[in-house]
Design a protein around this ligand. Structure first.
Ligand code: NAP
Length: 258
């Protein structure tokens, strides 16, 4: 790395496949910011040391955090944005006077993607599959808009915890055995797991199947773009060059399926 050049890290597992580097690097370049976005694979037991290293290395502007570290990273930071605190998960880290600050831009990304897809949530029944960091951001964003929210997860205990901590009162936790039934009564089904859902193809307009996986779906890609635009602005304090970043993401996604 050339002296003076800065980095933003992507911290997660198997992040070499991520599409974020392509569009974040295009954004830095278009904004004339000397910075590289660099994915790093990290095991859970190495996470505390990596966060300490970032705290000390002022060449690191910040980071994105992805599966599976979004919840585990929270207690390792010095300050947490109230939105991320309410969600209980962090996907973006920035450098502040007190050290490192955690943010969550996934909810913003999800909302902006729903808007682009012209899907109105108010008064609808939603089924969120998964109860990890991304599901938490999605549920928090649906909370005061959807009529009912069901959270379906492989580990029922984790779905119960999510509903209790985020205050889901209408709808609630459901086990994986109830997945097909819950999905059949929902207008919006969100896949917030890395797995395929068997009935996805049967969910057609005016219902919406929102798959968070950016390499598998347009909805996930839109969310990735919008959460990334918000993160760019947090790291740099500058407006994100959205059109350039959108085009770079489209190219990277097309190259990934070619
Ligand atoms: P996470 O915190 O590790 O949670 C993963 C969730 O998926 C857990 O609820 C887990 O269930 C469930 N799960 C894992 N493997 C499964 C399987 N084989 N079958 C059924 N359920 C399974 O991860 P995350 O950060 O929430 O991410 C979840 C997904 O969303 C990932 O694919 C991630 O790439 C994607 N994502 C996309 C965006 C975007 O901008 N497009 C943003 C955030 C996340 P248990 O609790 O039972 O283990």
């Amino acid at each position: 790395m050339a002296e003076g050049s800065r980095r933003v890290l992507l911290i997660g597992s198997a992040v070499g496949q991520s599409l974020s580097a392509a569009f974040q690097n295009a954004g830095f370049q278009a904004a004339g910011i000397d910075c590289r976005y660099q994915p790093i694979d990290v095991e859970a037991n190495s996470l505390p040391r990596l966060i300490d290293d970032i705290r000390r290395d002022r060449g690191v502007l910040g980071a994105n955090v992805t599966i599976p570290h979004k919840q585990a990273v929270l207690p390792l930071l010095d300050e947490i944005d109230p939105g991320a605190n309410r969600i209980g998960a962090v996907n973006t880290i920035s450098r502040v006077d007190s050290g490192l600050k955690g943010w969550n831009t996934d909810g913003q990304g999800f909302e902006a993607a729903l808007e682009e897809l012209r899907f109105e949530v108010s008064g609808k029944v939603a089924a969120v599959v998964g109860a990890g960091g991304a599901a938490r951001a999605v549920v928090a964003s649906l909370l005061h808009r959807a009529d009912r929210i069901y959270v379906v997860n492989r580990s029922l205990r984790r779905a119960e915890e999510l509903c209790r901590e985020l205050g889901v009162e209408r709808g609630g936790p459901a086990s994986f055995a109830e997945l097909a039934r819950v999905a059949s009564i929902a207008s919006l089904v969100v896949n917030a797991t890395p797995a395929d859902l068997p009935f996805a193809a049967s969910i057609v307009s005016p219902r919406l199947y929102f798959d968070l996986r950016s390499r598998k779906s347009n909805s996930g890609r839109l969310m990735l773009l919008h959460q990334g635009l918000a993160a760019f602005e947090i790291w740099t304090g500058r407006p994100a060059p959205a059109a350039v970043m959108r085009a770079a993401l489209k190219r990277a996604a097309e190259a990934a399926v070619a």
